[in-house]
Write a protein that binds this ligand. Sequence first.
Ligand SMILES: [Zn+2]
Length: 173
Amino acid sequence: MTLRQIIIHPDPRLKTVCAPVSEITKDLRRLADDMLETMYDTPGIGLAAPQVGVLQRLLVMDCVKKEGAAPRPMVLFNPEVTWASDEIGTYEEGCLSIPEQYADIDRPNAVEVGWTDPSGEMRKEHFEGLWATCVQHEIDHLNGKLFIDYLTPVKRQMITRKMQKLKRERAKA
Ligand SMILES: [Zn+2]
C-alpha cells in the first residue's frame, strides 16, 4: 500500500462532479486500500477519491474513534443517499483538504445510503450521528462540494485565503 498525496483546497479537482465507477477493477481496489491507509495515517475519518486526484465516485471511511475499539474500514463505490431524516444534527466538521479549519455544519441526523462494495455486492445501511455526517460530507466531495460551501461567502473567502497562503508556504518549503 502507498500513501497518496491529499489535494488542498482551492483546486479545480475538488469542484468536479465525479464520474460513476462502471467496473471495480484491481486498480480501483488498490486505490481504495491506499486511501484507507492515507486516511488512517493523516489521521482522518473519511476520504473521497477526488481528494487524491481521482475523479470517480469512491469514498472510504471509518468513524470508530474510541481508543482500543476495533476499526471498521468501509469502502463505498457509487454511494447514494436514498433517505434522509427530517431531524437535523450539527457537527463541527473539518476536512483533510482544508487542514485545521473547522465549522459547525447542519445536516440530516440520519441517512440511508446504498453503494457497491469492493466485491461488487450491493449494500445498504442506515447511518446516524458522526457516521451520517461523515458519509454525507464524503458524498458531497463526489459532487464537487466542500463543507465550507455551507458557510457564508465571507467565512468561505477567509478560509480559502488561509489555504492559498498554506499552499504557497508548502510550495516554498
Ligand atoms: Zn472533506
